[in-house]
Design a protein around this ligand. Sequence first.
Ligand code: HEM
Length: 476
Amino acid sequence: MRRQFQGPSEAFDTLLVTEGASFVRGVEYDAFCQGASVIDFTKRYGPIWKERLGSLEIVNLAKPELVEILYRNDSKYPRRLDLKPWKVYRAYKNESLGVLTHEGEDWHRARRVVSKRVMPPKEVQAFTPAINETIADLVARLRDIRDQTGVVPQLTNEMYKWSMESIFRLLFESRIGCLQDPMPPESQGFINAVDRMFQSGQIMFLTSPEFFRKYKLKPWRDHEKAWDYIFNFARKAVDKRLAELADEEANPASNGIIEHLLASEKLSMKEIYSNACELLLAGVDTTSNSLAWALYELSRHPEAEERLFDEVDSVMKSADVSTATHKELSQMPFLKAIMKETLRLYPVVPANNRILDKDVIIGGYHIPKKTVIGSLQFVMGRDPSIFPEPNSFLPDRWLQKDEQAAAKSAAFASIPFGFGPRMCIGRRIAELELHLALVQISRNFKLQFRGKSAIKPAIRGLMVPGGLLKYLSFFC
Ligand code: HEM
């Protein structure tokens, strides 16, 4: 039942309540047809609506001007919905929280330390050679493992291994062999543990992990075992780096992220372990799926792929270099537009959220403090009133002047990395990784999509390709 309201400050209770499918249930849905999806809810109920998921109520926002109000009213120490099972594990095992999970002043302290090495453009640019090195290995591997039709079996898995290798390299300045054949068993074990951790955690995110833990139910047992592996893996890598650094002559100072955390002396060892885990986790699926989506769209749009190749080729030839740096990337506007367009269509985090520490009025509704308020990135990215032809892959929309002006006014419509002091801390690293990967892949391969139907997005924690990208061919 929909109720109509007017006036500047309507009561919270009057917002429409839905009890239906949403991102968090892990439903696979077709964004383009009339399934039960958040797009449908927004069409039915308008740009602000409330949903109930178990005991949790979320107010969802699906217009940039409403999302802007949310972020402009953000708390001094912004808060998102708790990653409950993660926190219960840490408390149970007496492990610390990290920048992703900490709250309040502890979050602020951790964020300040970590961001010093991963946010300033100069610091991030220094990662370029290391990133290019892992991408070169990815390219060589893709070439090797293609079948006769150019298809790379398990493409998303290969992207995943690459982004794991890349972030590990930036954190610890060593390699873990994810792009080797066979992969070292410990690294494979880590990948399996991450997968198990996410799978087993799903059911506990919106229920009570304490209950699962107390009665030692299977999801908790799996979750605990997976986290034990993840923590041991990260702890071992941090300790190894610490030991290497003790021998200064053999290991002169460099720009590794963990090295910086150790040198800061502002975080306890437990916090360094937990931040190592969180950066490893946050930096893998996000980047790998974004790259997979970009390659998928390029494989379906040969004219865009051709333009990308021409842009990259001409910049690299005139600079007379074989690998790109930020200098060359700064002359590749079309390449950057491709990534923006990919993240508009497939924001890996399709809905972000905030819990404010004060009441706020949004869209005429009075929303009490501590309410979970979601911003629906995916819905806005597909809204024709914000982005004309929203389901088409049109990188040029980010380059044309009038479109640029329009996009500016809808600035909050496409914020795949979030916004404000708690936005993605790895944004610059992710963009550098993705841009450099597109440079090398476009120079080495021509892509072709042979599938009969489009790959639909699916929600498995993040927005990922719903089907295997098994029809994507890589030709040299
Ligand atoms: C395409 C790639 C990526 C996307 C789309 C993405 C997106 C996001 C989003 C939407 C958030 C929440 C921001 C907010 O609440 O406003 C976030 C947080 C975060 N991201 Fe990323 N991310 C990506 C890559 C990475 C990488 C490579 C790293 C690690 C180097 C990383 C580390 C983190 C961390 C630690 C947080 C929590 C920050 C905090 O709470 O202070 N992300 N990311």
